[in-house]
Structure formats: C-alpha cells, structure tokens
Write a protein that binds this ligand. Sequence first.
Ligand code: V47
Ligand code: SF4
Length: 384
Amino acid sequence: MVQSHPEVLVASSHISPALKQIAKKVINGERISFEEGVTLYKEGSLSFLGTLADFVRQKKSGDKVFFNRNFHVEPTNVCVYSCSFCSYSRLIKNREQGWELSVDQILDIIKKYDGQHVTEVHITGGVVPKQDLAFYTELFRKIKAHRPDLHIKALTPVEFHYIFKKAKLTYEEGLKVMKEVGLDSLPGGGAEIFDKDIRDKIAGGKCTTEEWLSIHKIWHEMGNQSNATMLYGHIETFEHRVDHMERLRQLQDKTKGFNAFIPLKFRNKDNEMSDVPEVSVIEDLRNYAIARVYLDNFPHIKAYWAMIGRSTAQMALNFGADDLDGTIDDTTKIYSMAGSEEQNPKLTTQQLVELIKQVGRRPIERDTLYNVVTDYSNFDFANN
Ligand code: V47
Ligand code: SF4
C-alpha cells in the first residue's frame, strides 16, 4: 500500500477545516495540541490518519523497518498485584498454579542461547517478595559474567518500585545498583494508562503514574534509554489516550531517553475484564497512526507482532510503525494467555525479513538501542 502525500488532504473538499488544519501542521513539522489529538481520534478516517502517519514515518525512518533477535525470560507469573486486564498472573495465595524461577533456572534458559546470534534478553513478569534486589543483582551479574554481549532489557517501574521499597532504597540508589550489575535498558511495560481513575480501576495498587514517569526520568538522566507502552482499547476514552501520550511527550522533551512507543491492544481472554469487547483492527491502525503523529519526539513506533498478530503488524507499517520487535522464540506467555492470534510467538530472521519485504520496505536488524546490526535489503539466505 502506498499512502498519498498529505497535501492531497489539504486540497480535498471532503475534509473538515479542523482536520485540514492538523494536516497543514503535520506537513510543516509543527506539533499538534491535545485538542487536535482528540479531534484525530474522534474524526479522523483511517485513510486520513494513515496518510499523515506515513508521511511522518517516512520523514523519520525512510524505508527502514527495524527488528531484533531477542528472547524473553518471565521469572514468575505469580504476582502480589491483581490487575483486572491480566490473564497471566496468579495471585500469591494460588502460587502453586504459577511458576517462580530461581536464578539458576533462568541462567539455564540464557545458556540455551549459547552460540546463537541473539542480542537481547527481555526480562519481566509478576512481582513476588522472593525476587528482590538480591535476586536480581545476582541474576544480572551472572548473566553478564556468562554472556557480556547480551543486552539486558529488564523490569518495569512496577517491579522496581516494589523491589526498591523493600530494600529501602531511593529510585536513584536502586537504579544505580541495577546499572552497576548489568542492567542495560528498560522495557516499556507497566505504563497501562496514566489517567488516575482508570488506572485505579484496572491496575490499582501498583506503581502510580507519577512513579512510573519518575523512574524513567531518573533512568534517562543517568544517561540510559527505555521504551514506553500504552494499554488501550478497554474502558479508557480517547481523551485518556491523548493524555497518556501527552505525558510521555513532555517527559521525552526533557530527557530524550525514550526509543520506541508501543501501543498494546487490550486482549480479553481469561481475565476479569473478559466482558469488555476488544477493539477492531481498524481502531488498532488508527491508534498507531495517531501515536505516530502525536509523539513527534519519539524516534520509533513499535507494532508488537506477538500481541496483535503478524498480519496486523504488517499493516501497521503503513500506519506509522517502523519496528516489529523481534524473533521472540516462543518465550513469552503474557499475550498468548490473553488471547493473541500468536499462540506460540516465534519468527525466524528470514520470516521477519520476508514480512518486511512484503510491504516494500528495507529490513534492518537492530540492537536494542537501534544501532544497525545487519541490513537485509539484499541478503541472500540461500547462500548464507
Ligand atoms: O505492562 C498484560 C501488557 C505489558 C495484557 O519495551 C496486556 O520493547 C494487553 O510492556 N492485553 C508488558 N496487554 C509487555 C511490554 C512490552 C512488550 C513488548 C515489548 C516491550 C518493549 C514491552 O503487557 C504490561 C501490560 O500493559 N498486558 N496483559 C492484556 N490482557
Ligand atoms: Fe502483576 Fe503485571 Fe499482571 Fe499486574 S499486569 S497482575 S503487575 S503481572
């Protein structure tokens, strides 16, 4: 699919003055306001939004689509919290229904990748008292001792807040310790939705919005990078989505530490919110597009294929996304347990490259911080 230039929108007689004004701003590289963000959600058609988002994406990334070779470790799915959208966690009182891995069990998983070309391990899961500061410092040290080249992208403010409080450390002190023992970057999880009322309803008890933002801010100010997510398509309004992105945009203005924004579609299988219907794929694509336009200071928008399925992820590449995440190797359960199309998420490098080539883009393997590892545009898998 090739999107037209947004000048066409400005010239069209079918488009409202408010939308035309937004299109003009985007063409001129000007930032859109909160109200304009809401207008895009309420009035923007899929084709209008796609045209704007594709223009912005093209300016930022050209023909490149990024992916990495990664795997996940989920140290536990037992959790002291009970977010109502979570299909994955088991309450601590039912802990025998879940798993809690030891440091050595996790190291065995890491060692399975010995000799394989993977660049990142993504570690996150539930929150349990046993997996405390001592647990994670030992784990990160041992991972780095075994495999210094493996980038550790691990833990969210939800986990950090709990761990540091228990260890009686400030966020600064705790993050410094984590960095010293090998933590390289933070994934974007735990953000959910920043509006207090909605957050309290679906994720009550875990770290607040201010705490989430503060941990990322401190991490960035220490010279590091991270991602950000937004859980959408449940009981939030369009205003709440724009509010969420506005807070991220403001923090990014200050720190420039975020790499990718990852919209996460609420999946409703086997959780306390199973009565809330999932939004349509059209809404998913509109949401990617608005995120690309609104978050003008975020370098990348990630379409996380394990969450939305590879076909929608491919389509999202025409609606502002320039990243698909990675090979994953069937190592995460969060989304399959919540009803994702991908029940055993695993793609080879060749499959990812083909998905990207099918939409006419250049497949670029990156490391976690978006340094280019390999340009697969003209790569010949048959002879390599
Ligand atoms: O914070 C949990 C989400 C997140 C459901 O940084 C659900 O590269 C939808 O943050 N429906 C964790 N979403 C995953 C995450 C992530 C994923 C991929 C890449 C990166 C990155 C980060 O998963 C949680 C929560 O928002 N989640 N349950 C559900 N039922
Ligand atoms: Fe625990 Fe995270 Fe699930 Fe909430 S989303 S219950 S914090 S594992």
